[in-house]
Design a protein around this ligand. Structure first.
Ligand SMILES: [Zn+2]
Length: 164
């Protein structure tokens, strides 16, 4: 993806207040990222672990969304499929919900998706081999998986931006 500045990231937030976007923690230096291997930027707020963020280019503009992480403290290590990168993960997939970006948006008017808990899907889409808790979609090559990931991130952002 094309590089973004800290300011662009904060300004891109469509479903957070300006104050929330200003206060959110960006726990990495954006100038040090390898943007070429990122399909989107995703992270959990280190100061508020039940908050997470996704930012990607969408129709030529950076679009960011705030997400709530479901606080599931289950001890079972279930296998789950990430809705973004389609990797199968054991105990590493969490439910994330995003409020829609409309003015009338209510807490209940939100979208949910199971995603890799660390939102590092761009990395997983490019891994070829299964490891302990990770299994790639073996029917596709890394380029195809990354392309599919970009499509699904765009679709999710589009749904957050849509009115219904
Ligand atoms: Zn994923």
């Amino acid at each position: 993806m094309d590089a973004l500045t800290d300011k662009q990231i904060r300004r891109s937030m469509v479903n957070c207040s300006r104050g929330e976007a200003d206060r959110m923690t960006i726990p990495f230096d954006v100038t040090g990222l390898d943007w070429d291997t990122l399909d989107f930027l995703g992270w959990t707020d280190p100061k508020a672990p039940l908050r997470a963020y996704i930012v990607a280019w969408h129709d030529g503009e950076p679009v960011g969304i705030g997400l709530r992480v479901a606080d599931s403290q289950g001890t079972r290590r279930l296998a789950g499929l990430c809705g973004l990168c389609r990797s199968t993960r054991t105990g590493m997939v969490k439910l994330f919900t995003a409020r829609r970006a409309t003015k009338a948006s209510q807490e209940w008017n939100s979208l949910g998706m199971y995603m890799c808990a660390d939102l590092a899907c761009s990395k997983y889409a490019r891994l070829e081999k299964a490891t302990g808790d990770f299994m790639p979609d073996g029917t596709l090559g890394a380029d195809e998986r990354a392309a599919g990931l970009r499509v699904r991130v765009g679709r999710f952002l589009g749904e957050v931006l849509s009115a219904s």
